[in-house]
Design a binder for this molecule. Structure first.
Ligand SMILES: [Zn+2]
Length: 199
Protein backbone atom coordinates (compact mmCIF):
# COMPACT_ATOMS: atom_id res chain seq x y z
CA UNK A 1 0.00 0.00 0.00
CA UNK A 2 3.01 2.24 -0.55
CA UNK A 3 1.02 4.21 -3.10
CA UNK A 4 -1.62 5.27 -0.52
CA UNK A 5 -1.35 8.42 1.55
CA UNK A 6 -0.08 7.54 4.99
CA UNK A 7 -3.16 8.87 6.78
CA UNK A 8 -5.39 6.65 4.63
CA UNK A 9 -3.27 3.64 5.51
CA UNK A 10 -3.58 4.53 9.21
CA UNK A 11 -7.37 4.82 8.93
CA UNK A 12 -7.63 1.44 7.19
CA UNK A 13 -5.47 -0.14 9.87
CA UNK A 14 -7.56 1.39 12.67
CA UNK A 15 -10.82 0.28 11.07
CA UNK A 16 -9.60 -3.26 10.44
CA UNK A 17 -9.08 -3.67 14.20
CA UNK A 18 -12.84 -3.33 14.77
CA UNK A 19 -14.67 -6.60 15.45
CA UNK A 20 -16.07 -8.21 12.33
CA UNK A 21 -14.21 -5.82 10.01
CA UNK A 22 -11.69 -7.48 7.74
CA UNK A 23 -9.14 -5.75 5.54
CA UNK A 24 -11.52 -5.42 2.56
CA UNK A 25 -14.33 -3.94 4.67
CA UNK A 26 -11.88 -1.56 6.32
CA UNK A 27 -10.79 -0.32 2.91
CA UNK A 28 -14.39 0.10 1.80
CA UNK A 29 -15.22 2.08 4.96
CA UNK A 30 -12.14 4.26 4.58
CA UNK A 31 -13.04 5.15 0.98
CA UNK A 32 -16.61 5.81 2.09
CA UNK A 33 -15.35 8.21 4.78
CA UNK A 34 -13.22 9.98 2.17
CA UNK A 35 -16.17 10.28 -0.19
CA UNK A 36 -18.93 11.54 2.14
CA UNK A 37 -19.37 15.18 3.02
CA UNK A 38 -16.68 16.54 5.32
CA UNK A 39 -19.21 17.38 8.08
CA UNK A 40 -20.55 13.81 8.06
CA UNK A 41 -17.07 12.32 8.38
CA UNK A 42 -16.10 14.72 11.15
CA UNK A 43 -19.38 14.02 12.99
CA UNK A 44 -18.32 10.36 13.13
CA UNK A 45 -14.91 11.32 14.52
CA UNK A 46 -16.60 13.61 17.08
CA UNK A 47 -19.05 10.88 18.12
CA UNK A 48 -16.15 8.49 18.80
CA UNK A 49 -14.20 11.12 20.76
CA UNK A 50 -17.31 12.14 22.68
CA UNK A 51 -18.26 8.62 23.71
CA UNK A 52 -14.74 7.91 24.97
CA UNK A 53 -14.39 11.18 26.84
CA UNK A 54 -17.85 11.43 28.37
CA UNK A 55 -19.21 7.95 28.84
CA UNK A 56 -18.32 5.89 31.88
CA UNK A 57 -19.92 3.21 34.01
CA UNK A 58 -22.78 4.16 36.33
CA UNK A 59 -21.55 4.07 39.92
CA UNK A 60 -24.63 2.09 40.98
CA UNK A 61 -25.41 -0.40 38.21
CA UNK A 62 -22.43 -0.28 35.79
CA UNK A 63 -24.61 0.65 32.85
CA UNK A 64 -23.04 3.15 30.47
CA UNK A 65 -23.63 6.67 31.69
CA UNK A 66 -22.72 10.27 30.94
CA UNK A 67 -22.96 11.22 34.60
CA UNK A 68 -22.12 9.53 37.87
CA UNK A 69 -25.46 7.68 37.78
CA UNK A 70 -27.15 6.45 34.62
CA UNK A 71 -30.56 7.58 33.35
CA UNK A 72 -32.24 4.43 34.69
CA UNK A 73 -30.82 4.70 38.23
CA UNK A 74 -31.70 8.41 38.24
CA UNK A 75 -35.31 7.79 37.18
CA UNK A 76 -37.66 8.00 40.20
CA UNK A 77 -40.35 6.12 38.23
CA UNK A 78 -38.32 2.88 38.22
CA UNK A 79 -39.37 0.22 40.73
CA UNK A 80 -36.59 -0.03 43.36
CA UNK A 81 -37.82 -3.45 44.56
CA UNK A 82 -36.85 -5.20 41.30
CA UNK A 83 -33.29 -5.82 40.17
CA UNK A 84 -32.44 -7.43 36.84
CA UNK A 85 -28.90 -8.81 36.44
CA UNK A 86 -27.44 -8.78 32.92
CA UNK A 87 -24.01 -9.50 31.46
CA UNK A 88 -23.44 -6.38 29.34
CA UNK A 89 -24.88 -2.90 28.76
CA UNK A 90 -26.11 -4.13 25.36
CA UNK A 91 -28.25 -6.82 27.09
CA UNK A 92 -29.77 -4.09 29.24
CA UNK A 93 -30.53 -2.15 26.07
CA UNK A 94 -32.25 -5.17 24.52
CA UNK A 95 -34.46 -5.59 27.59
CA UNK A 96 -35.26 -1.86 27.64
CA UNK A 97 -36.28 -2.07 24.00
CA UNK A 98 -38.72 -4.86 24.88
CA UNK A 99 -40.34 -2.13 26.97
CA UNK A 100 -41.93 -4.25 29.71
CA UNK A 101 -39.50 -3.97 32.60
CA UNK A 102 -39.73 -1.09 35.06
CA UNK A 103 -37.21 -2.11 37.72
CA UNK A 104 -33.49 -1.44 38.11
CA UNK A 105 -30.52 -3.29 36.62
CA UNK A 106 -27.10 -4.53 37.55
CA UNK A 107 -24.55 -5.02 34.77
CA UNK A 108 -21.91 -7.67 35.51
CA UNK A 109 -19.61 -6.50 32.68
CA UNK A 110 -19.07 -10.08 31.59
CA UNK A 111 -19.73 -13.65 32.67
CA UNK A 112 -17.72 -16.22 34.54
CA UNK A 113 -15.71 -18.00 31.86
CA UNK A 114 -12.96 -20.19 33.31
CA UNK A 115 -11.72 -21.21 29.86
CA UNK A 116 -11.09 -17.54 29.04
CA UNK A 117 -9.57 -16.95 32.46
CA UNK A 118 -12.49 -14.79 33.64
CA UNK A 119 -13.32 -15.43 37.28
CA UNK A 120 -15.95 -13.88 39.59
CA UNK A 121 -13.44 -11.26 40.78
CA UNK A 122 -13.29 -9.67 37.33
CA UNK A 123 -17.02 -8.98 37.32
CA UNK A 124 -19.08 -6.49 39.34
CA UNK A 125 -20.30 -9.22 41.70
CA UNK A 126 -19.07 -7.61 44.90
CA UNK A 127 -20.90 -4.33 44.24
CA UNK A 128 -23.99 -6.40 43.36
CA UNK A 129 -23.93 -8.18 46.72
CA UNK A 130 -23.43 -4.81 48.45
CA UNK A 131 -26.41 -3.36 46.60
CA UNK A 132 -28.60 -6.27 47.63
CA UNK A 133 -27.37 -6.00 51.21
CA UNK A 134 -28.14 -2.29 51.39
CA UNK A 135 -31.06 -2.05 48.99
CA UNK A 136 -34.76 -2.70 49.25
CA UNK A 137 -34.92 -5.34 46.52
CA UNK A 138 -37.60 -8.00 46.77
CA UNK A 139 -36.78 -9.84 43.57
CA UNK A 140 -33.53 -10.39 41.67
CA UNK A 141 -34.08 -11.49 38.08
CA UNK A 142 -31.20 -13.40 36.49
CA UNK A 143 -31.08 -12.33 32.86
CA UNK A 144 -27.66 -13.69 31.96
CA UNK A 145 -27.51 -15.28 28.53
CA UNK A 146 -28.84 -18.86 28.24
CA UNK A 147 -25.39 -20.25 27.50
CA UNK A 148 -23.30 -22.63 29.61
CA UNK A 149 -21.29 -19.70 30.94
CA UNK A 150 -24.32 -17.45 31.45
CA UNK A 151 -26.14 -20.21 33.34
CA UNK A 152 -23.03 -20.94 35.41
CA UNK A 153 -22.74 -17.27 36.32
CA UNK A 154 -26.41 -17.11 37.34
CA UNK A 155 -26.00 -20.24 39.48
CA UNK A 156 -22.95 -18.76 41.19
CA UNK A 157 -24.88 -15.56 41.92
CA UNK A 158 -27.96 -17.33 43.19
CA UNK A 159 -25.76 -19.23 45.68
CA UNK A 160 -24.27 -15.95 46.88
CA UNK A 161 -27.72 -14.37 47.16
CA UNK A 162 -29.18 -17.26 49.15
CA UNK A 163 -28.32 -15.52 52.44
CA UNK A 164 -30.64 -12.59 51.67
CA UNK A 165 -34.40 -12.58 51.94
CA UNK A 166 -34.94 -11.84 48.26
CA UNK A 167 -36.64 -13.95 45.66
CA UNK A 168 -34.28 -15.01 42.87
CA UNK A 169 -35.90 -15.69 39.51
CA UNK A 170 -34.65 -16.25 36.00
CA UNK A 171 -35.97 -15.49 32.55
CA UNK A 172 -38.36 -18.07 31.14
CA UNK A 173 -36.81 -20.31 28.52
CA UNK A 174 -38.56 -18.54 25.68
CA UNK A 175 -35.06 -17.31 25.00
CA UNK A 176 -33.53 -20.15 22.98
CA UNK A 177 -30.65 -21.83 24.82
CA UNK A 178 -27.41 -20.52 23.43
CA UNK A 179 -29.00 -17.41 21.96
CA UNK A 180 -27.66 -14.05 22.91
CA UNK A 181 -30.03 -11.62 24.57
CA UNK A 182 -29.07 -8.67 22.41
CA UNK A 183 -30.11 -10.52 19.25
CA UNK A 184 -33.36 -11.90 20.64
CA UNK A 185 -36.61 -10.60 19.24
CA UNK A 186 -38.11 -8.09 21.66
CA UNK A 187 -41.47 -9.89 21.90
CA UNK A 188 -39.68 -13.09 22.90
CA UNK A 189 -37.72 -11.12 25.48
CA UNK A 190 -40.90 -9.55 26.83
CA UNK A 191 -42.47 -13.04 27.15
CA UNK A 192 -39.35 -14.42 28.82
CA UNK A 193 -39.48 -11.60 31.33
CA UNK A 194 -43.21 -11.91 31.98
CA UNK A 195 -42.93 -15.69 32.38
CA UNK A 196 -39.87 -15.62 34.65
CA UNK A 197 -39.58 -18.51 37.04
CA UNK A 198 -38.38 -19.07 40.56
CA UNK A 199 -34.81 -20.21 40.65
ZN1 LIG B 1 -27.24 2.94 36.77
Amino acid sequence: MAQLAESVVRLIEALSKLPGIGRKSAERLAYHILRVHRTEALALADAIRNVRENVRYCSDCYNLSEGDRCVICSDPQRDPSLLCVVEQPRDLMALEQAGVYRGLYHVLLGRIAPLDGIGPDQLTIEPLIERVRNGQFQEIIMATNPTVEGDGTALHLSNLLAEFSVEVTRLARGVTPGSILEYTNKDVLADALAGRQKW
